[in-house]
Design a protein around this ligand. Sequence first.
Ligand code: VGL
Length: 206
Amino acid sequence: MIAAFDVDAQRTFTPLCPNELPVAGGADIATELNAQAALADYRIASKDAHSAHAKWVVDAPEKMLQSLPYADADLTWVRHAEPGTEGFELIPGLPDAAEYDFLVYKGVEAAMHPYGACYHDLNNRISTGVIEWLQCRDVDTVLVGGLALDFCVKTTALQLAEAGFRVYLNLAACRAISPQGAEQACNEMQAAGIILVQDAALMSAM
Ligand code: VGL
């Protein structure tokens, strides 16, 4: 079985929310996410769901990307993806959240800021249930896209590969925070056996 995974495809990571974590082109990936979902038996999604009072929140962008002294939130970030705000919502063009076969909320604990969708913590100890949900349905292949390529998408793809799934990363269905981050993420994913594909049309030919 094949699952398509929309990772954190939320408005908070697009120019629709300029004061959160806007990623250039972040709102333009819905067509590709829909196209890869059309190739799959299941469609699942993750959504960041952060408290405005999380321990890693800073009030200005220039204070971001500073490391924290505790393990389960390694960097500081501005407020983003807060339930009830526009940034929490999926980008335009995707199904309603309730239409997904499985949906996982991540980063709910105030002391944790996980990147991957498969674990609540940074040490891959506390499962979110994604891996088990897929295993129960005999999914062996996962098609991945979302935001941002160099953080949550990369980490989620690596976690899925580590768990034994065949992982295809749809580059046209992702946008990155930085070009250097994207290049490094692609190298890391390839080294882990993840198959990078330009778009869903090429995925369908594989
Ligand atoms: C993300 C930075 C901070 C992501 C989340 O979804 O890639 N990046 N929080």
